[in-house]
Ligand binder design. Structure first.
Ligand code: XUL
Ligand code: CO
Length: 405
């Protein structure tokens, strides 16, 4: 189970999110944090984070450059501050055995990125973003990260009245080419991942969902250089289920990693709740087992406690709730695979395509006119029920059989 459940805690929510919302201030109690921007405070926070992961037995972590280390007065100064934190967390990784799942650069919080980073109308913002990504790639390599993630938080538009969409997409592709080339140049062999999201904070994000992102990658000759990091709440904001987004990514051999959380049905925000829905975790683990397990990826809890769950102990409750839900999901997924009824049903459903005629048609050996000729000999197409309700009942039956696989 440990091999499949490669859990990661995220630095931004777990250590840097005070749990404020658009209508209220921060509530989280953080006795290890003096609220200052000092390097000392940043190191104390990192100590608390690794102690937390050790106690929870979480094996991986993820971070943005700016949540790990405060920004300095210049690029060189920021890089120096980040380096001192990297030395510090490197020792913490050594001591605890916790590994870096992925690193990333925050290209969305600073006002210089208000119009976007790679897609900004100002080339200056593009250049600043390049500096940040260059450094973030280097420190991800230094810390032994398995992957590097690009989430284009402001790579989109607020209104088309001021936007040259075609140009912005080209700039985004240029940026990704430069980053991929640099990553390989410095010897980073991990996966490069793009994290789709439809909107928020933008009106529209160019990497809006898995299909749109894969299309973007193909259009700009980036397919194969990047895989996807699929997040549940982003899938649902895009109007899709998590299993849909995972299936699309896996069909293109492009699922790299997962941001494990869930939204609040009916609330149109990225609420980033901890994933406690057992049907969701079962579907996710079924998809992961179906592709043969993760290679470089894992299950990153890109999730935050509710504003009302403000005590430090809630950090434990929330992560443990997520891990238990995924452990259940893994066992249920293994039971579904051992049971075999779904796999058999799907195979039988397409049986006509395994006949000699089906194989000829699918492989392009029959022209459209030949297909039409063959159709004229059919009096009644042979069809069987999709049996959705029966399958849903089987899913309930297997999920409710608790215990080992
Ligand atoms: C934002 C989000 C990010 C990315 C990393 O919705 O999911 O935290 O995971 O930048
Ligand atoms: Co995320």
């Amino acid at each position: 189970m440990q091999d499949h459940l490669r859990f990661a805690a995220c630095y931004w929510h777990t250590m840097r999110n005070g749990l404020s919302d658009p209508f209220g201030s921060a509530t989280a109690q953080t006795p290890w944090d003096d609220g200052s921007q000092s390097i000392e405070n940043a190191k104390n926070r990192a100590d608390a984070f690794f102690e937390f992961m050790e106690k929870c037995q979480i094996g991986y972590w993820c971070f943005h450059d700016r949540d790990l280390a405060p920004e300095g007065n210049s690029i060189a100064d920021s890089e120096k501050i980040l380096d001192s934190l990297v030395t510090h967390v490197s020792a913490l990784q050594q001591r605890t055995g916790v590994k870096l799942l992925w690193g990333t650069a925050n290209l969305f919080s600073h006002p210089r990125y208000m119009h976007g980073a790679a897609t900004s109308p100002s080339v200056d913002s593009f250049l600043c973003a390049a500096a940040q990504v260059r450094k973030a790639l280097e420190v991800t390599l230094t810390l032994g990260g398995s992957s590097y993630v690009f989430w284009g938080g402001r790579e989109g538009y607020t209104t088309l009245l001021n936007t040259d969409l075609a140009r912005e997409r080209e700039h985004l592709a240029r940026f990704l080419h430069l980053a991929a080339d640099y990553a390989r140049h410095i010897g980073f062999t991990g996966a490069l991942l793009i994290e789709p999201k439809p909107h928020e904070p933008t009106t529209h994000q160019y990497d809006s969902n898995a299909e749109a992102t894969l299309n973007f990658l193909r259009e700009f000759n980036l397919f194969g250089k990047f895989k996807l990091n699929i997040e549940t709440n982003h899938a649902t904001l895009a109007g899709h289920s998590m299993e849909h987004e995972l299936s699309v990514a896996i069909a293109a051999h492009s699922l790299g990693s997962i941001d494990a959380n869930m939204g609040t049905p009916g609330l149109g925000w990225d609420t980033d709740r901890f994933p406690t829905d057992l049907y969701l975790t079962t579907h996710v683990m079924l998809a992961v087992l179906g592709m043969g397990g993760f290679q470089a990826g894992g299950l990153n809890f890109d999730a935050k406690r509710r504003r009302e769950s403000f005590e430090p102990i809630d950090l434990f409750h929330s992560h443990i709730a997520g891990m238990d839900a995924f452990a259940f999901g893994l066992k249920a997924a293994a039971r579904i695979r051992a049971d075999g009824r779904f796999a058999r049903f799907i195979q039988d459903r397409y049986a006509s395509w395994s006949t000699p005629l089906g194989i000829e048609v699918a492989s392009g050996k029959r022209s459209l006119s030949e297909c039409a000729e063959l159709a004229s000999q059919i009096s009644q197409p042979s069809l069987v029920s999709g049996r959705q309700e029966m399958l849903e009942a089987i899913l309930n039956e297997i999920i409710l059989q608790r215990g080992g696989a």
